[in-house]
Design a binder for this molecule. Sequence first.
Ligand SMILES: [Zn+2]
Ligand SMILES: [Zn+2]
Length: 383
Amino acid sequence: MTRFNWRVFGIFQKLISRYRGRCSYAKVWLRRLFTNFDSDTCLEPMFWFVDNYTHLLGPFFLFAVTGLTIAVVIIAYWIGLPFWWEKSPKAAVVLVIIGNWLLLNVVFHYIMGVITPPGEPPQMDDGSFAVRKICKKCSLPKAPRTHHCSICNKCVLKMDHHCPWLNNCVGFFNHRYFFLYMAYTTIGCLYLIIFGFEIGFKYLWYEHGERWIESEPLEGQPVKFNLSGHIIPVTHALEYDDDVLLPAKHALPTPPNSAEDGNIYTEGKRHAIIFMTATNVTAALALGALTVWHAMLITRGETSIEALINQEETERLGKENKTYVNPYNFGARKNWKLFLGLVRGRSFWRCVLLPSWHKPEGNGLIFHTVHDERANLSADEWP
Ligand SMILES: [Zn+2]
Ligand SMILES: [Zn+2]
């Protein structure tokens, strides 16, 4: 009985401490919100949410990305291809080839980003790399550029960030896949927007905008003008005539945009065009901004985490009238060559324009810095 009581008491204590922990966190956050409002305050609840729930949402994100991609491709073939085929079969063939090249790169880099582990430090210090410090959370030796991911609950080599859309951490071994996936998806969405523009324009503006034309023929149907001036069918006799006369048989002319010129869109196609517009515009804007942001980081030779650290260091040293130098910034050209792995004779067209499995240079534990004697060597002469 005593043992049972002790166990219940233990569980009770655990619950209270957890509740206290959450409450104190909320209190600290609220206090900071009202006393010292800064960007950290805004980000803290986000970090807390991300830490606690992202791993649960991971499979949902994977499912969403896969589903959206499949839907977009199906609609492109269903509506886009016949539209272009009718205009010019030659143009349609070229568009299909370019579209499939983009799709191949999107699918390849996404799958590789998901299945490639970002890289973990070894379980013990074997002297093969300079241990910066020991991780407080997983007690493993930390190599330079290694950071602990609280969602994966492990240390990640050259960690950039945890990506819920990949349900994986982005680090040393999959950073290139992640970046090229974003870049190709952005280009793919822009491609669909450009070559689907005419279809969207015809439907969204020409057919339902100012020059709205009813695409369903109204033959044999009594009609009236509604308040916005459109011709609509009369469904009840009372609407048609106050004197309850039976509707007469009308033979109205078929509207100019009829099935013969291929401009009739079924309800399903209309929804599909709206879906394509919303999905591609949103993805192009969001992923386009992310791609540009990551391209800037790669140009400067830093990861997302290092961007924050480097900014803080620049500010700290700036107060002491000193200049901070990012040890991993070898100049834009060399940074890109190293990031894309365009060394040892690898070419841009083979390793960037086409899917490539090549691994990044090095092992993710040792990094050259600008302070090294060999830093002036070309990327091909490394390590
Ligand atoms: Zn760790
Ligand atoms: Zn992670």
